[in-house]
Each structure stands twice: as C-alpha cells, then as structure tokens.
Design a protein around this ligand. Sequence first.
Ligand SMILES: [Zn+2]
Ligand SMILES: [Zn+2]
Length: 132
Amino acid sequence: MQCHKCAGDMETKSHGENINLERCRVCYGLLVENHVLDRMRGKWMVETFLDIGAVSIGKKFDRVDDIQCPHCKVDMDKIVDPAQTHIWLESCPNCYRVFLDAGEFSDLKYETFGDKIKDLLKGKRKQVTATE
Ligand SMILES: [Zn+2]
Ligand SMILES: [Zn+2]
C-alpha cells in the first residue's frame, strides 16, 4: 500500500493481540481503523512502539492535506479532535480509517496529562504573584 501523504511504502505493524495498523516507512504517518485508535488510547506506552516518527516530520507532512485513503482511494475528510482542536486528522468516509501524522497520536493520547501540567504552572504563577 502506498502512503498518500508522501508516496512512501506503508507497512503493517501490530502491537499486542488486537492492535494493528499501517505505518508509512517514510513520513511515519499512521493509518488506523477507528476502533483500533480507541484501543490504542487506552494502551500503556503503545505510542513508543508505534508512533516513532519525529514530530518535526509530522509537522511537515501535516501541511499536506487533501489526501485520499490509501485503502479506498476516496478523498478523506478533515476532522478535528473535539478535545484538542489543534489536532487535525484525516478520516475516510468509507472505511473510517484515520490518518495521523507522526507525533499526532502521542499528542492525542497525552491531552489530559499536558493540560494538568499547564494547570499546575498557572497555579504556581498565581501563587508567586500573590506572595510578592
Ligand atoms: Zn508517508
Ligand atoms: Zn478508506
């Protein structure tokens, strides 16, 4: 299968018993079925095995939109994660596979963690100004 972001080769990767997806050998984009993505979000450390592309590569290819589903060859819809509107994903209207650029899955998965840190920092800053 060919990656529609960069025309690289996509290879099948699996993790554990019920996670498998396609990953591009060049841009490290991930093509994942919707229900598999849900499983991945709950799986400990799964991103260190599967989402291995550098964020900088992902950012570069994130600008490439209007891609077609490598499976169905139909135009993919651009969707935004409801919890994190800065993350744009491509979703296939036919097979419901989702294309994630390198680094995007890790970003999706750690939303809660990142938000907690941001909240902590804000809280700390407030405290500092209060005592000054
Ligand atoms: Zn690619
Ligand atoms: Zn498709």
